[in-house]
Design a protein around this ligand. Structure first.
Ligand SMILES: *[C@@H]1O[C@H](CO)[C@@H](O)[C@H](O)[C@H]1NC(C)=O
Ligand SMILES: *[C@@H]1O[C@H](CO)[C@@H](O)[C@H](O)[C@H]1NC(C)=O
Ligand SMILES: *[C@@H]1O[C@H](CO)[C@@H](O)[C@H](O)[C@H]1NC(C)=O
Ligand SMILES: *[C@@H]1O[C@H](CO)[C@@H](O)[C@H](O)[C@H]1NC(C)=O
Length: 399
């Protein structure tokens, strides 16, 4: 009879020693349901207390939940797996996990066999909600929203550059919910202008997002001439993706159109209804009749799929009609060249006539072709010089 308590005490010590050295770690997704594990040697008359420091999270005894002392923050969010208690499972289900729920929890269980205490360290994770990449005055920025804990960044280029040639600065801020918005910026050296910049943002749980940005070669279009602006991205990224095109001019940004997976046709914004014909299979933007040089600016496509984003920027110049000073210079130059050519032609003819090898003075003597060629050479040289003189005259006239 006196031996039973001794054995019970021994078992208790064993359980305690076991419990002390094991602290479990769990990661829970923000706003999701989360299970804090706890097990014990099943027996009768269970008393279960879940606590976080000195606050009561959940209690159970006399065969039912006892929530009189429960901290208000946990109200309506906790439960035990009632059917499993008799089998030694005292795990706690915590619903709609919050960032403030993070920390060390203790699970105290007492039964007819004695008591035990284990602890669980809980960490919240929030998967990155979105990643964007943009070009700013200070460089190229990778922007991550809605992550917890703070994400880390990793930059590379395509084609690759030596490690360390890109150094980034990261700024993070917490929103009302406690989630991080982080921006990592690199200032690429001039000689990397043709490269694609790749930013990879990862959170502690190991998931990462990859975004790339590329500035492709400038395009030139003309008023009222259809123009296709390509969005070259890796083949594999096309299906199941969200595509959008934006236009930027003097710091003003305007959404042209967008299409997500569920849509057959892109949604074109009212302002662009008559300018954009639509999207090609490969994501190219079709402009049907740029109405003027005010459509000169940067066109950016964004193609995003799960955990990836590709951004391609294109500077487009739309050459305008009459009133535009740029095209006036071009027309002016063409007139000058045409007039100069005409004058040169006339001068050659006059010279040739003077030297007397035109048909007027009868057929040229035989075997004289070499001499003729020489004369012709001289004539065109003189003609060229005279032409140049004439060109200056024309310029003076027109200015
Ligand atoms: C207890 O039950 C819950 C719910 O089924 C389960 O998630 C947990 O792993 C169990 N714990 C143990 C220690 O068996
Ligand atoms: C950067 O990202 C690449 C690709 O995701 C990965 O292979 C590499 O190990 C990362 N480097 C660092 C320093 O995290
Ligand atoms: C697709 O992109 C557009 C423009 O960026 C955005 O408004 C829209 O919500 C996105 N749709 C999805 C499903 O991500
Ligand atoms: C930018 O947009 C604003 C408002 O839409 C407009 O008043 C302004 O003229 C625009 N600036 C340029 C340079 O287009």
């Amino acid at each position: 009879m006196p031996r039973t308590p001794t054995r019970a005490a021994a078992v208790l010590l064993w359980i305690l020693s076991l419990a002390r050295c094991q602290e479990q770690h769990v990661s829970c997704e923000l706003s999701a349901d989360c299970v804090l594990p706890c097990s014990f040697r099943s027996s009768d008359e269970e008393v279960i207390h879940w606590r976080k420091r000195d606050t009561t999270v959940h209690s159970f005894y006399y065969g039912s939940d006892q929530l009189q002392l429960q901290d208000k923050r946990y109200s309506g969010r906790t439960s035990l797996f009632r059917d499993l208690i008799s089998r030694g499972n005292a795990s706690l289900l915590l619903q709609r996990a919050e960032i403030q729920d993070q920390g060390r929890y203790s699970c105290y269980v007492s039964t007819t066999l004695g008591n035990s205490e284990t602890s669980v360290s809980m960490q919240i994770m929030a998967l990155i909600q979105s990643v964007d990449m943009e070009k700013t005055d200070s460089g190229i920025s990778c922007v991550v929203r809605g992550a917890y804990p703070e994400p880390s960044f990793n930059w590379s280029t395509d084609p690759p550059t030596a490690p360390g040639s890109l150094s980034d600065r990261t700024q993070a801020a917490e929103d009302k919910q406690g989630l991080y918005s982080a921006t990592s910026t690199v200032t690429p050296p001039e000689d990397l202008s043709g490269h694609t910049f790749i930013c990879s943002a990862s959170t502690a749980d190991g998931t990462s997002w990859t975004a790339s940005l590329r500035q492709q070669e400038d395009l030139h279009g003309a008023v009222d001439r259809a123009l296709v602006i390509p969005c070259p991205i890796p083949e594999s990224s096309h299906p199941s993706s969200n595509t959008s095109w934006t236009f930027e001019r003097d710091g003003n940004l305007s959404l042209i159109l967008w299409r997500d997976v569920s849509m057959e046709q892109p949604k074109i914004m009212p302002l662009w209804d008559r300018r954009a014909r639509g999207l090609s299979e490969d994501g190219s933007l079709q402009l049907q009749n740029p109405e003027g040089p005010e459509l000169t600016g940067t066109y950016t496509c964004r193609i995003s799929a799960t955990h990836t984003l590709h951004v391609v920027r294109t500077k487009v110049t739309i050459a305008g009609a009459s009133s535009d000073t740029g095209s006036f210079t071009v027309i002016h130059a063409i007139i000058v060249i045409v007039v100069a050519l005409l004058v040169t032609g006339i001068v050659i003819l006059v010279l040739a006539w003077q030297k007397g090898w035109l048909p007027r003075s009868g057929p040229p003597p035989k075997g004289n072709s070499a001499q003729t060629q020489m004369l012709h050479g001289v004539a065109s040289k003189e003609g060229g010089e005279t032409g140049g003189g004439e060109m200056e005259e024309v310029k003076t006239l027109s200015s």
